[in-house]
Design a protein around this ligand. Structure first.
Ligand SMILES: Nc1ncnc2c1ncn2[C@@H]1O[C@H](COP(=O)(O)OP(=O)(O)OP(=O)(O)O)[C@@H](O)[C@H]1O
Ligand SMILES: O=C(CO)[C@H](O)[C@H](O)COP(=O)(O)O
Length: 700
């Protein structure tokens, strides 16, 4: 029970205890909600009124007789192209008020409204800080409004399952994600299009030794959920005909190029090419995954005259994409929706003129156009052409900017290797922990340089060698290990346990999106330092390091103050020769200094510190400093030195100020970090700086 409450709290509240679903309190949401609640009392499309409602009501009013069989026998093959979960969901309310079309129209929209709200919430979790845009583009989309609340098709339900499944997928809750996808499939089989992408994502995401197992489990869960929910009907010819052999699905093969008696099917060919492309990526980011699926759905619609509900498969993806690429004009998306509405208003079987729930006549704009001797067919063809061209433009944008740019901008196609160097006790592990909080533990592999010491504690060799000497560490062996990890291969590596001073047996280390190496010698050997994408060197002032090291070694490693001091004396020469000398190779140098020199070294107490960061001049830090300086309690001074720039930071900063500032400074920060754990003061400042720096470097 406690854990359920805890989970609910985590879902609804963020790290700072702020309510996450503020989008549901927005005025625009409430206005939209009222309109969406009222509209179904007045409007209904022919399809819902004449086909879906009779089908579902037959099921509920006959004590759950098989409606697929019944309507098959009546030769009404196009009454309900959905699998059984859709039937079960829609029949929950259809028991009531079966003789009132007005109330039935409303009751059938209740699940649609709930699904609509869920998609909005999931999108708002995906696209942090974009609620206003999301409300305008998604919640107020005229096409989505028409599909759900006027016309009344059910496509929002499978899309809702798909998006919630993705929500769990990105949170690495694979079981939940698979079951939800299976449920979605049990509401509409169009989700089969997304399925291979889902498995490919799982395959790429999981560790090499778990790939087959995870994908097999997911496969079993997806189809298991689909199977269980449809078991009553799955093997009936009637069900198969209505659900799988309906004429809309066959249309996927309509667009073909003939070679005598042979045909080349264009839509399946594009789909296979897309899959082939996605398989080639070593890593599949969340955005890339979303865009490929959006692209796959869009491409299907490109070559077939659309059905109204099908646009629910693509518009949420397009909105995701346009919000992510905030600098792009949303005109193609708006124009697409306008052409959609014109097209469905003028086609012969349009229900626009009869949407009013009590309307009796069967007029359509098409007959009106014909009555006035206008060439209605020609007009439809022109609008259809415009609609498809706009769809093509939207797809083109997704491809060009979305896929291509994202691939370049993401952590390339290989893992990003970050190196943190510096002497013992300078704060390397502390910084590593902050970076882990930023990128999430699951996305990172951490390697500690101490694992490469040659001898265990107490070994005679330590009497003549310091740990800082290259001779006392297997530095060359490590080069191959780092190369292998960068190439996506697992390695075997023993670990040095500071509690016991001994090595563990070799452990398997898996590659990951970010590989972070922290240790004494990351940049000492040329061939090794060249492997790093980002090189960081940490060096507090010597008195501060002494203070930190004594405190840490006394508290955690069981040494006396005198032992630490004599160890540092013994190492002094090697420290300068082998460790400090690496500082010149670093991209970023981090230094801490005591704000006040009146402190007793090694007294166990915390000391007030200032932070100094220096890096090359290729990165523009002016906006960065300006934003932090707008916070009262922190001062950031910015200096240009010869070929480098330097920030000096003093003061305090709260966790929520760090979070707010980070999202303002770093465009699309959520592309790089998912649910980061922000820290306060210098640690949070460094998190923001590193995120900004790494993103800029990688994008270049
Ligand atoms: N940014 C910081 N703010 C305050 N204290 C810090 C900071 N960084 C490090 N310290 C203090 O210094 C101690 C040593 O830091 P840390 O263990 O991160 O060093 P290290 O470089 O990883 O050492 P080693 O190489 O010996 O393992 C920590 O226990 C912590 O008390
Ligand atoms: O330099 C160090 C860390 O970078 C340590 O002093 C080194 O690893 C030796 O450890 P121990 O205290 O277990 O003998």
């Amino acid at each position: 029970m406690g854990s359920i409450i805890g989970y609910k709290k985590k879902v609804l509240y963020d790290q700072l205890g702020k309510y996450k679903l503020t989008i549901l309190k927005h005025r625009l949401f409430v206005i939209g909600l009222i309109i969406k609640l009222v509209a179904p009392f007045f409007f209904i499309g022919d399809l819902l009124k004449n086909k879906f409602i009779p089908f579902v009501n037959y099921f509920s009013s006959t004590g759950f007789s098989n409606p697929y069989e019944h309507f098959f026998n009546l030769e009404k093959f196009d009454f309900f192209p959905y699998p059984a979960l859709m039937l079960y969901i829609q029949s929950t309310y259809s028991f009531f008020f079966q003789d009132s079309i007005v109330l039935q129209s409303f009751l059938f929209r209740v699940p649609l409204l709930l699904a609509d709200i869920t998609v909005l919430v999931v999108l708002s979790r995906f696209l942090k800080k974009a609620d206003n845009k999301l409300l305008l583009l998604y919640w107020c989309s005229p096409v989505l409004f028409y599909i759900n609340y006027l016309h009344g098709q059910f496509d929002v339900l499978p899309i809702m399952f798909l998006f919630v499944s993705f929500f769990f997928l990105f949170k690495k809750k694979f079981i939940m994600a698979s079951v939800l996808l299976g449920l979605g499939l049990a509401t509409k089989t169009n989700l089969l299009i997304a399925l291979p992408f889902f498995f490919i994502y799982l395959w790429k995401f999981n560790n090499p030794n778990r790939k087959i197992q995870s994908v097999s489990i997911a496969f079993f869960l997806v189809f298991g959920a689909f199977f269980l929910l449809n078991i009553n009907y799955l093997f009936d010819e009637e069900f198969i005909t209505l659900v799988f052999k309906n004429k809309e699905q066959i249309k996927l093969l309509d667009f073909k190029i003939g070679f005598g008696k042979l045909f080349f099917y264009v839509v399946p060919a594009i789909y296979v090419l897309l899959l082939a492309k996605v398989i080639r990526y070593k890593q599949l980011s969340k955005d890339l995954f979303m865009m490929f699926i959006g692209f796959a759905f869009c491409s299907l619609l490109l070559f077939i005259p659309p059905k109204p509900g099908w646009y629910f498969w693509i518009i949420p993806f397009l909105i995701y994409f346009y919000i992510k690429e905030s600098k792009l004009s949303i005109f193609p998306l708006l124009a697409l929706q306008i052409f959609y509405l014109i097209y469905f208003a003028i086609i012969p079987d349009s229900d626009f003129a009869n949407l009013y729930i009590l309307s009796k006549d069967n007029t359509s704009l098409y007959t009106v156009l014909e009555y006035y001797d206008l060439n209605a067919d020609m007009l439809i063809n022109i609008v259809f052409t415009g609609l498809q061209v706009l769809l093509f433009i939207n797809i083109f944008w997704i491809y060009r900017i979305g896929i291509t740019k994202n691939v370049k901008a993401k952590i390339k196609n290989a893992p990003c290797l970050i190196g943190i160097g510096g002497d013992s006790g300078v704060g390397k592990s502390t910084l590593t922990a902050s970076i882990q909080n930023l990128f999430a533990k699951d996305n990172m592999t951490i390697l500690r340089g101490d694992d490469m010491h040659k001898w265990e504690r107490g070994h005679a060799m330590w009497e003549t060698h310091t740990h800082l000497s290259p001779k006392a560490n297997n530095l060359h062996e490590e080069i191959n290990q780092l190369k292998a990890l960068k190439e996506g291969k697992k390695i075997l590596r023993r670990h040095y346990d500071h509690n016991t001073g001994t090595f563990t047996k070799p452990l398997t280390i898996y590659p990951n999106k970010v590989i972070l190496f922290e240790g004494l010698h990351p940049f000492y050997i040329l061939a090794k330092r060249e492997l790093f994408d980002i090189k960081i060197f940490v060096s507090p002032t010597e008195d501060l390091r002494l203070h930190w090291k004594i405190n840490r070694d006394m508290k955690k490693r069981g040494y006396s103050k005198e032992e630490v001091i004599s160890q540092l004396e013994f190492r002094r020469e090697d420290s300068v020769k082998y460790i400090q000398s690496q500082s010149q190779h670093a991209d970023i140098k981090i230094s801490y200094y005591p704000v006040n020199n009146n402190f007793e070294v090694g007294n166990g107490e915390e000391v007030d510190i200032g932070l100094m960061i220096s890096c090359d001049t290729s990165i523009d830090l002016n906006f960065f400093c300006e934003k932090f300086n707008s916070i009262n309690a922190i001062q950031v001074k910015h200096f240009y030195d010869t070929d480098s720039q330097r920030l000096e930071v003093e003061g305090k900063i709260t966790l929520s100020e760090v979070e707010k500032t980070a999202y303002v400074i770093v465009d699309n920060a959520e592309d790089f970090i998912e649910d980061p754990i922000w820290e306060d003061n210098y640690k949070g400042f460094l998190q923001t700086f590193l995120l900004y720096y790494i993103k800029k470097k990688i994008s270049n």
